[in-house]
Write a protein that binds this ligand. Sequence first.
Ligand code: ATP
Length: 666
Amino acid sequence: MSPVADRIVDIDAADPPIKGATASSLTSLSDLTIDADPELDPATPDPRLATVHHLSTTLDDARTLLTRPDAPAALISTTLTTLLDAIEAVRALQVRPLPSSPLSGSTTSSWSDASLKTPPSEPNEASRHSLPAVAPSPVDSPAVLRKKSCPSSTATPPARASPGGMRARLYSAGADRAGASPLGPRPARGGTAIHGSHQDVLDAAAPARSSPVGTPHADGTLGSTEKLRGTGHAPPSSPRKSTTPALRGSGTYSGSHLGSLDSLARPPSLSPFGNSFMDPFSALHVSRPIASSTRGSSVDAGSVTELRRNGTTGSSTSLAEESRRRSGVVGGNGVGAGGGAAGSTWGALATTYQVAKVLGEGSFGETKLAMHRESKTKVAIKHINRLAIARSASAQRMVLSELVALISLDVSHPHICPLIDVVTSATTIHLVFPYLGGGELFDWLRARPSGRLGEDEARVMFAQLVDAVGYCHDKGWCHRDVKLENVMLSDDHKQCHLIDFGFATRIPEDGGMLTTPLGSGAYASPEMLQKLPYAGPDVDVWSLGIVLYTLICGRFPFRGDSPRELLQRVVSGTVTFPTGRTYSPALVDLVHRCLAVDRTARITIADMRNHAWFQGAADPRKGPGMGRVELARATGTVGEWCTYPGPLAADAYLRWVGGASLTGDV
Ligand SMILES: Nc1ncnc2c1ncn2[C@@H]1O[C@H](COP(=O)(O)OP(=O)(O)OP(=O)(O)O)[C@@H](O)[C@H]1O
């Protein structure tokens, strides 16, 4: 069943349903029950539903494609283009949620301890009532469209223009069931193979690519982590990865390099792929497997900078510059073609958002702070350079994964940073997220004088993360890149939010196994490191164990001077805690259960929720800094409205959160 089939779409529920205008009168949408616009000829299919449905079927197709590790590059490219077009078409409908909604229950998973449940909704009530009125859309006249299931659709009709406002209330009717697939049945088998050549990067026998900031250092202090994907060469560089010094560099397994947390400042990354082994630009650059990269145990940050420079083609031209230079040349393989805003540059984006400073640089472009013009809400916009990804099926697959996963997961979990809008131009895909001002958990932890958290503090943070990951699993997705760098913090550092779903994939529902080794070195499970099959949730639990240990101890549990050494230590099953401090037995037990080498003996998320370490704790999601945004989402309010499709409801979402004191200049 498609996601739309699980959901009900009400368009201007203030209108009484018009009897008789049901599925039977909408021949091309025969399995829909539609209470239609009285102004609409009952015999005429409502193009809005077809547009929404087209997005649904496109998402289904994309989901299916992502289960095929061997999917042809051309098909990935076409699917991505089709999905972007479909999103753009729905976005053009200007469907908006209403400021109130008959809400279903919270979508967050429950903890065994009642005290760990989602906070009450009272504070949110006030914010709901303070919402500004939603301006009527010029698109449509009132109608109620209730959708029960989706037919096939091949075309994306244009939005129908008519006087009056069309407002949509979107809420989940069934997609939030635990384990229910918002995109239909789970794939029979197999994972998301990024790219053929990328599957061999985890050969533990291969010499490490050197970096001082890679993964666990020999003393276990925090270096940043290196993703275990791809061929290991650095793509064309840009001098900035993040505006804040942080350990996100081209990490390796170098371990003889000792240093304090402070001394291991993250060097500016030269790679749009940051710390990744994966090559998103395989067509642009000759693959350089890890084995051929510079080896050695440790180098300093400057050395790494040089190494990474040398690992590129030597071009210092940033992707953005290259894109600008070659504007209009994109689309060779279809990625640059199409899109509702294709042909323009950033015009469509500028209409809605005022883009400001660069926050950091991701794999395919910069992430920038911006302001939603109407609500004055701060957002973070991830700009994905279409030229850059057009050259690489693996890069397009990552973008496709992130889009499909985030739209599928919607915005209904308080600790997953939601995708709230997608704007497409000829040269760039803009993914819009709520702005999270607290930075990465990694940086925040490292900046603390002690470099670690006490158990009570860690429990609150970790519980949120476990809840987020468990939610993904319940929805049939595994993240596969859970790490401190992919957890963003709210302004007050009380709330954490999982980001970066580029490695996310569907969990095989038939007990099948995933086989693609992905992830980040320090957080990679034994089966990832050994290129063994895995179920999906098991690798996320391992990564959570690494996160928990690191939060408490201020260093990674495993370290090695090479992938082989790291692997040896990982599979040894020996986890030691720094001496001189005391740890509760429950904590030690939980860490050991998460880091069980045998993945079948590893604790599950469900059992983690019942674990003694969480018992009797205060609600991990109740923090003094929890703001209206989080409250709204925690109670399911905004999430329920905006549950499908995420980008569709961006405008209303931003209206909703707009009052949450995010009104400063950007
Ligand atoms: N919602 C957000 N609010 C504020 N800053 C953000 C947000 N999302 C991402 N950032 C920042 O933007 C930068 C790049 O973003 P992001 O990590 O999403 O890119 P990426 O392409 O996924 O990176 P990676 O190379 O790890 O795959 C990071 O430094 C991150 O701190």
